[in-house]
Design a protein around this ligand. Structure first.
Ligand code: HEM
Length: 128
């Protein structure tokens, strides 16, 4: 039988593009996330577009260009605390609203991102 990927269910390349375009302005406006990202955000957006495409079961664009994602390792230079992971997920939740990603496929996609974001945490919360 035909396998339908999450990539196809959410609407393919066009939706992934819309999501990435909605997400990074929120990241750049977030006080906890802004300091980690370069001002020139386009190259980061492009990598995320390629990564999310394959993460959802679409063509392996990221791996073709950059090799194995090893995302936890690639994030080690950045101090990712539990609050920053939650902030990232909040921005993604809002970006999904904006891109009109809804229903069961959104729930499935978002829960996979929750797992990935928690996996990226590499620093405890700073003492306050
Ligand atoms: C790159 C932050 C979670 C996918 C980056 C960069 C930062 C960052 C600072 C580097 C930007 C640069 O190139 O200068 C965070 C934070 C997260 C998080 C604070 C909170 C948990 C995630 C998750 C995913 C992801 C959950 C995927 C589902 C990527 C990808 C790149 C990237 C694909 C590009 C890697 C490369 O250089 O090839 N992230 N990230 N990130 N992030 Fe995250």
């Amino acid at each position: 039988h035909e396998m339908t990927t999450l990539y196809e269910k959410i609407g393919g390349a066009e939706k992934v593009r819309q999501l990435v375009e909605a997400f990074y302005p929120k990241v750049q406006a977030h006080p906890l996330l802004k300091p980690l990202f370069p001002e020139q955000i386009r190259p980061v957006m492009e990598k995320q577009y390629m990564f999310l495409t394959q993460f959802l079961g679409g063509p392996p664009l990221y791996t073709e260009k950059y090799g194995h994602p090893m995302l936890r390792a690639r994030h080690l230079p950045f101090p990712i605390t539990p609050s920053r992971a939650n902030a990232w997920l909040e921005c993604m939740d809002q970006a999904m609203d904006e891109a009109g990603i809804t229903g069961q496929e959104r729930e499935e996609f978002f829960s996979r991102l929750v797992i990935a974001a928690h996996h990226m945490i590499n620093q405890p919360e700073p003492a306050s």
